[in-house]
Write a protein that binds this ligand. Structure first.
Ligand SMILES: CC(=O)SCCNC(=O)CCNC(=O)[C@H](O)C(C)(C)COP(=O)(O)OP(=O)(O)OC[C@H]1O[C@@H](n2cnc3c(N)ncnc32)[C@H](O)[C@@H]1OP(=O)(O)O
Length: 410
């Protein structure tokens, strides 16, 4: 076996993807979805490991642009389609593919690498930290209502249409949000089609997806894509409203959409997944205990070039701090860095000055978009403070008013 990863070509794709499918125990996706991912993946970044002509390892990447605090969009490789054949596991094949992938990302000039993990235990050893978590909720309509809705909610006009017809308006809303909230992905060509995926075989008895648009003063200010599954128990109707996407550029639009989803007849609950952890619905539900909120890991991130990553975002307050970072997997990032910056921009350069905060790259990754504060990470024993006061100042500077959010998987 040649255990060295190599690039693949279009001709390698089918057997390569078949190996991925087997390693996952069946990906169970529609032809339409498979075609979409094939069109979006950066084939020239995909790697395979072969044993006597058989694919035994796969690694793919999307070319993404990720919003960071302050609104800049940084180049980020989105690691995906990672697998090793059951016959070849725990021999270091994944480790080799990750090392090769990150070395190529560095050569290309990517600043960040991101992924969503099949299992949380896999990627920490490669320097990835959970940079954005997500919330799911199930609102029992008999127990949970909405209170304290924002002014203007009653002026919002709602219009139900198809996801295809509404797509341009939805994309405009998405683009506005993506510029504001860290963790969101810039909409590059082709990704808008994610919103249209609705294969009948994957509906699980639910309706075809619909789209409801929220309009105020003639402008679309939000949308929800949803399906419902009406379940009759004898003569009593019930069942969930399944919310796929819910995005709005202003609170009134968001509230009106949520109220509409809760008011749909013949259903008894509303299920939302992959929401931001600071979702406004947590402020509006009348009974937060019965909203069944669950927190999950969502976006994993690591810097490819630490200096570029820290200089690429902005900071809530002025900051001047020397970070001593360990990075065993990408040793070019290890060492001491002076970060100087604030709301207008930042510089991050190597320094020989004494360390003020010490931390591993994985911990820095968790604080990078503002999901966890450096203070909270220090309280967990993961950040060391060598200069009194450095932690509190840096912790505030790294924060962001909106929690980071990855609205959809990749
Ligand atoms: C971004 C994505 O695509 S996520 C999808 C990941 N893929 C899957 O889950 C598909 C099913 N699983 C697999 O294909 C394989 O088990 C993989 C890809 C997860 C791991 O591949 P392997 O070649 O066995 O990993 P490798 O031998 O390089 O192990 C590297 C390290 O990760 C650890 N590791 C591997 N898989 C797991 C896991 N599922 N959970 C926790 N730790 C893991 C190994 O123990 C090893 O630890 P060490 O560094 O302390 O020695």
């Amino acid at each position: 076996m040649s255990s060295e990863p190599r690039g693949i070509t279009a001709a390698d794709w089918e057997p390569w993807y078949q190996a991925l499918d087997w390693a996952f125990g069946g990906i169970a996706e529609s032809t339409e979805e498979r075609r979409l991912w094939r069109g979006l993946v950066a084939l020239d970044r995909c790697l395979g490991i072969y044993d006597e002509g058989q694919v035994v390892g796969t690694y793919g990447e999307f070319a993404l642009g990720l919003t960071v605090p302050g609104g800049a969009v940084l180049e980020a490789g989105g690691v995906t389609m990672v697998s090793v054949a059951g016959t070849h596991r725990r021999r270091g094949l994944l480790r080799r593919m990750m090392a090769r992938g990150l070395a190529a990302a560095r050569e290309r000039g990517d600043v960040l690498s991101v992924l969503t993990a099949a299992e949380p235990g896999i990627y920490g050893r490669f320097g990835y930290g959970v940079a954005a978590r997500s919330l799911s909720a199930e609102l029992d309509k008999r127990q949970v209502g909405l209170v304290n809705l924002p002014p203007g909610t009653d002026e919002v006009r709602l219009r139900v249409t198809t996801p295809a017809e509404a797509l341009p308006a939805c994309e405009a809303v998405y683009a506005e949000l993506a510029g504001r909230r860290p963790g969101m992905l810039e909409r590059r060509p082709g990704w808008e089609r994610l919103g249209l995926l609705d294969p009948p075989a994957e509906r699980g008895g639910a309706s075809e997806r619909r789209c409801v648009l929220a309009e105020r003063d003639g402008r679309v200010v939000g949308y929800a894509r949803y399906a419902s599954r009406v379940e009759w128990r004898a003569t009593v109707p019930g069942g969930p409203v399944l919310v796929k996407d819910l995005d709005a550029t202003e609170p009134a639009g968001y509230a009106a959409l949520l109220r509409y989803l809760l008011d749909l007849d013949l259903t008894d609950r509303v299920r939302l997944a992959g929401r931001p952890v600071d979702d406004p619905l947590t402020q509006w539900v009348s009974d937060v205990r019965r909203a069944d909120l669950t927190l999950r890991d969502r976006l994993y991130l690591r810097p490819v070039e630490l200096g570029g990553a820290l200089a690429g975002r902005r900071y809530a307050t002025e900051v001047d701090v020397v970070l001593a970072v360990t990075d065993d997997f990408c040793p070019w990032n290890s060492g001491r860095w002076r970060l100087t910056g604030g709301p207008a921009g930042a510089v991050c350069e190597r320094t020989t000055d004494p360390a003020e905060l010490t931390l591993d790259v994985r911990v820095l990754s968790t604080a990078y978009l503002g999901d966890a504060t450096l203070g909270a990470l220090a309280a967990a024993g993961l950040v060391g403070e060598e200069r009194a006061g450095a932690l509190a100042a840096a912790s505030v500077a790294f924060g962001h008013p909106l929690a980071p959010w990855l609205p959809h998987g990749f």
